[in-house]
Ligand binder design. Structure first.
Ligand code: DX5
Ligand code: ZN
Length: 230
């Protein structure tokens, strides 16, 4: 892929709350908003679809009054349909789900959009691209997992780069304003690789919340680090 054209949408950086200090979540959200984060990525895990448990709509609702930042909800729960309305009511702006979370991906996406919110589809590292391609007319975002979901702090899987590039081409061919997100093992170094492959939303937990200089980390992931704009 060549450099982005002047008309390319700006790169979004979405810190993942999973790596925040859970004893001070409202402070953490305000801090990363001040540090320049664009969206807040919220990982919802049920201990069943993925081998970890995090939080549900009550926490989303509790955080909503503390920030104006967009809430990017990543659902790793099964079933997913019974909880969509609760996350919308709690303050979600965008809800993404995995095709494996239920038998009716298309219906689940319809439900999110009927509730007035933006919808995304998430691909695990071994999920065929077709699961996203067949619903491209239904989504506002495609999220490629660059680790297996469940935990922060894992190593980036380079095997996902050609998949990101293929989705970039498919999205461009569609002519629709669909965001292409990546999630897992994103650091300033891997961010450069996924941006080059065509990603324009970068989720990062450890690399932002674990940084002493969070504003610097967000800028570096966005591609405006010490090396200058890219
Ligand atoms: C993993 C989550 C990620 C996680 C990323 O299941 O979906 O959002 O927080 O964490 P890092 O950036 O540390 O890999
Ligand atoms: Zn996530």
């Amino acid at each position: 892929m060549g450099p982005k054209s002047a008309s390319s949408p700006p790169v979004i950086v979405a810190p993942s709350l999973l790596s925040a200090d859970f004893a001070h979540l409202a402070d953490e959200v305000r801090a990363i908003e001040s540090a320049g984060a664009d969206w807040l990525h919220l990982d919802v895990m049920d201990g069943h679809f993925v081998p970890n448990i995090t939080f549900g709509p009550m926490l989303v609702r509790a955080l909503r009054p503390h920030t104006r930042i967009r809430f990017d909800i990543h659902l790793m729960i099964a079933p997913v349909d019974p909880f969509l309305a609760a996350f919308v009511e709690a303050g979600a702006d965008l809800i993404s789900l995995h095709p494996e979370a239920g038998p009716h991906l298309h219906r689940s996406l319809q439900t999110i959009r009927a509730l007035g919110k933006r919808a995304g589809v998430v691909l695990n590292p071994a999920t065929p691209l077709d699961h996203a391609l067949t619903v491209l007319d239904m989504v506002d975002l495609v999220l490629v997992m660059t680790v297996n979901p469940g935990f922060g702090g894992q190593s980036f899987l380079p095997s996902q780069l050609p998949r990101i590039a293929a989705l970039r081409r498919a999205i461009d061919d569609s002519g629709r304003a669909i965001r292409l997100s990546v999630d897992g093992g994103i650091t300033p170094a891997t961010a450069a690789l996924v941006r080059e492959a065509g990603a324009d939303v970068l989720v990062a937990g450890t690399a932002v919340f674990g940084a002493v200089d969070r504003a610097g980390a967000i800028s570096a992931i966005r591609g405006r680090g010490a090396g200058g704009p890219s």
